[in-house]
Design a protein around this ligand. Structure first.
Ligand SMILES: [Zn+2]
Ligand SMILES: [Zn+2]
Length: 98
């Protein structure tokens, strides 16, 4: 159990990069945005490219909380880089249907 009472396997996955532009998003950046399924994008992509809608699940984004540095040893950031640039055209189409 972590201090927050959540099981460790369920902790928030801190992905190291933006899925769309592959920009690096360290644990302490204020630029990282996540959706409810932890799809991770940088602030610029969310605002300018995705228009606040997640291309994978269709949900919205929230700012990713910072993980305290003291907990990084025990709960490190994710090493799995997910890089799959969004198909902007079909994303916008989907967006307009909403
Ligand atoms: Zn990005
Ligand atoms: Zn999503």
């Amino acid at each position: 159990m972590s201090r927050c009472g959540r099981r460790v396997e369920n902790m928030l996955e801190l992905r190291p990069t933006c899925e769309h532009c592959n920009k690096s998003l360290p644990y302490n950046t204020h630029e990282a945005m996540i959706c409810t399924f932890e799809c991770t994008f940088c602030k610029d992509c969310v605002k300018n490219v995705l228009k606040e809608m997640c291309p994978n699940c269709g949900g919205g984004f929230e700012k990713r909380p910072l993980r305290p540095k003291t907990l990084l040893g025990k709960y490190p950031v994710s090493a799995s880089i997910i890089y799959k640039p969004v198909d902007i055209k079909s994303h916008l189409k989907r967006l307009n249907k909403k």
